[in-house]
Design a binder for this molecule. Sequence first.
Ligand code: ACO
Length: 336
Amino acid sequence: MKKTIIKGTGKAIPSQLVTNEDLTEIMDTTDEWIQKRTGIKQRYWIPKGEEIGASDLGLEASLKAMKEAKWEPKDIDFIIFATLSPDIFFPGSGCLLQHKLGLTSTPALDIRQQCTGFLYSLATADSYIKSGLAKKILIVGAEVHSTGLDKTTKGRDITVLFGDGAGAVCVEGVETNEDIGVITSVLHADGSGADALMVELPASRLPQRLPLDMLKNDARHFPSMNGQKVFKMAVKKLPQVTKETLKKAGLTLDDIDMIFPHQANLRINEFYREIMKIDKNKIFNNIQKYGNTTAASIPIALNEALKQNLVGKKGDTVLFVAFGAGLTWGGIIYRF
Ligand code: ACO
């Protein structure tokens, strides 16, 4: 039977380190406020004034993942690109990345599922592989948040949370009877909560999708968030979907060696850990260093955990779990 196996991972982190202290120079905030509420100590943003899009960070992460997988660009037969911060309004960043890889006809699909983007991508890749539509799939989660944030005190509740970055994973269909690879996927969405976390402009539903006075008076091109609603939903949905995913796989938490929650907020992940009574060393967090990199957060975390040999041994079983804008949430169990 065909199984979806991870062959390589890579990450790309931009060069400009932005500490909480740095943010205090541009807005009314403190290191203490940010760390206490979110756990974040620093994040990386693309250098000011440089034109670096999500596909550029995605390319760097992809080349590293492909090197590890021993793939040439021509080996890829499908690209899945998850981002909420595409290089341009359209076409999708997957097409831009495909061109940067020197490819001319390889199909490319963009996934717009925000913090759950990597899970939707991996589940989609798994289905493509198992149905025989593709064999070698490049999955990328990449975000450039920093060019779209309100960096004044008005935007401080959101701006302090987000960092730029990319993670890439090469997955391949392998014929085996072993119980390895993607074991189970669970995906959900609830569009009634779309306005809890969104960027409204440009909006095709408006008579004028980019109002002319936008830059001066209109904040709708910045993210807006009902932080408390998102927090409450996250700590409810993450445990729910964990139980649902484990049940679908016929496993329990004891069978899981490491959990990779989306890195939205350390407090959310701590609440989740306490509710689920999960051992501290069974959860991988790195939001302290990178902030919330949305679709990139899980592939970056996976890359780091593999490099640190925390997971990756034959039989190691991991759970990816995420909640975010959409609203969207999901869980995937993967066995090495
Ligand atoms: N620095 C200093 N003060 C701030 C900042 C800041 N960066 N941001 C907001 N404040 C102030 C507010 O103005 C408010 O002041 P006031 O009491 O004088 O009105 C006070 O701090 C409290 O504001 P709240 O918004 O009530 O703060 P809260 O305790 O809810 O924390 C936070 C805000 C951290 C966003 C929280 O709601 C949260 O963690 N929500 C989850 C959302 C999340 O993590 N989103 C990430 C993206 S979604 C995802 O990836 C799942």
